[in-house]
Design a protein around this ligand. Structure first.
Ligand code: BGC
Length: 396
């Protein structure tokens, strides 16, 4: 059968994201030049708009051949458990990926000994990005780490100078939750974060309330137009120098790179306060739809996703690290050198915002709770709502 068509679904539409998707398509075209690709991307960071569209297509029996998916709990429960995707374990065997890919990533995409997707990159979600010249102009220096106190001292200084300290783009509430999750990881530290997700530490515990308080305090420094902006528009404010910091996953790197900003010169980065040793992980990869219209093309696509050269090309545009451990790191720019090292040394914890850690039902209820919280600022009520969202997760 001729492998001549392929529909790829994703939410990669920001400047950096679409450049990264193009790198994958270019890599694929080198091997399969005659396959006609349909790029079915649906705009909206974190998949806010794309995910419901995808679910409707799957339920309606008109799936794309393959799609961008984050691994972990929500991935399995949205796609593998209902039988929407193929088991691709045979590809792992024939391509030898169990030996060449990061074991931590393999764990996130394997269920009951079977693999359901190929992960092309792994994002670290817990970064603070900043405009270096703007900070220098205002006498703010950032070292190898940033504590909450140091952040607040810098933010006060910037505020006094009339500079917006923190760019937020939360027209999708997930972006606000991204910051909050980074903050509670930082307040709790790795061990207590594990306890939280194990249900041994409550979402309404004093430690978590401390994190919610810190979150509100940070939001005091955000840009007034935050709720009208997307995550990448917030990054743009930092690139342009109208805001000093933004707190977002390393897909932000793709925006800096796309704008031609130079690592360590025009912009800098540091771990979110308290999370130097933590890698809050979100992986990006691709499964094959059970009734894919073009299954052979989809298999070819997955094979290319496991190619170290393609992974490297993607990494440079996207800001994530390669999932293969044998990529050539010699020519990586400074940020990626730093993050590949973090990937090797940090402890992984799955992100809840993107569903690595929890099913999508938790996301929905926690996002609703946060939407209320950022307006009413009621810490106790929010803490209880978060705990209720966690308690409502079906126990398996
Ligand atoms: C995805 C990234 C994407 C980000 C913002 C995350 O869920 O894993 O690939 O860049 O959302 O859209």
């Amino acid at each position: 059968m001729a492998a001549d068509k392929l529909e790829i679904f994703s939410w990669w539409t920001s400047g950096g994201e679409s450049a990264a998707l193009q790198a994958l398509i270019d890599g694929f075209k080198e091997h399969y030049p005659s396959t006609e690709i349909t790029n079915a991307a649906v705009a909206g960071g974190g998949g806010t708009n794309a995910l419901p569209v995808l679910q409707a297509r799957l339920a309606g029996g008109t799936p794309p051949d393959t799609w961008q998916g984050n691994s972990g709990t929500a991935f399995f429960n949205s796609y593998a458990d209902p039988g929407y995707i193929d088991d691709v374990t045979d590809l792992y065997k024939s391509e030898g990926w169990e030996k060449t890919m990061s074991p931590g990533v393999l764990d996130l995409v394997r269920k009951n000994g079977k693999y359901y997707a190929v992960m092309v990159g792994a994002h670290r979600c817990n970064e603070v990005w900043f405009n270096k010249p703007l900070l220098a102009k205002n006498g703010v220096e950032i070292g190898d780490s940033l504590s909450f106190d140091q952040f607040f001292a810098a933010a006060e200084k910037l505020k006094a100078a009339g500079v917006n300290a923190l760019a937020v783009g939360d027209n999708g509430i997930w972006a606000n939750m991204r910051m909050l999750e980074n903050t509670f990881n930082g307040v709790l530290g790795y061990d207590q974060t594990v306890q939280l997700w194990d249900g041994k530490l409550a979402f309404n515990s004093p430690q978590m309330k401390e994190a919610y308080k810190t979150h509100l305090r940070m939001l005091d420094y955000q840009n007034p137009d935050h709720s009208a902006l997307s995550w990448d528009q917030a990054v743009k404010k930092v690139i342009e120098g109208s805001s000093a910091f933004t707190m977002m996953g390393d897909w932000s790197y793709g925006e800096f790179a796309k704008a031609g900003a130079k690592d360590g010169v025009d912009f800098g980065w540091v771990s979110h306060p308290g999370t130097e040793d933590i890698f809050i992980i979100v992986t990006d990869g691709f499964p094959i739809a059970k009734d894919a219209p073009n299954p052979e093309s989809a298999r070819n696509w997955l094979k290319v996703m496991g190619d170290p050269k393609v992974q490297l090309a993607f990494s440079l545009k996207k800001g994530s690290v390669a999932t293969r451990l044998d990529v050539d790191k010699s020519t990586l720019p400074a940020y990626l050198q730093w993050s590949f090292e973090k990937f090797a040394k940090n402890k992984f914890t799955g992100s809840s915002v993107n569903g690595e850690q929890v099913p999508s039902s938790f996301n929905q209820s926690s996002f609703d709770a946060l939407t209320t919280f950022v307006v009413d600022k009621n810490i106790d009520a929010f803490a209880d709502n978060m705990q209720a969202a966690f308690d409502a997760i079906p126990k398996t």
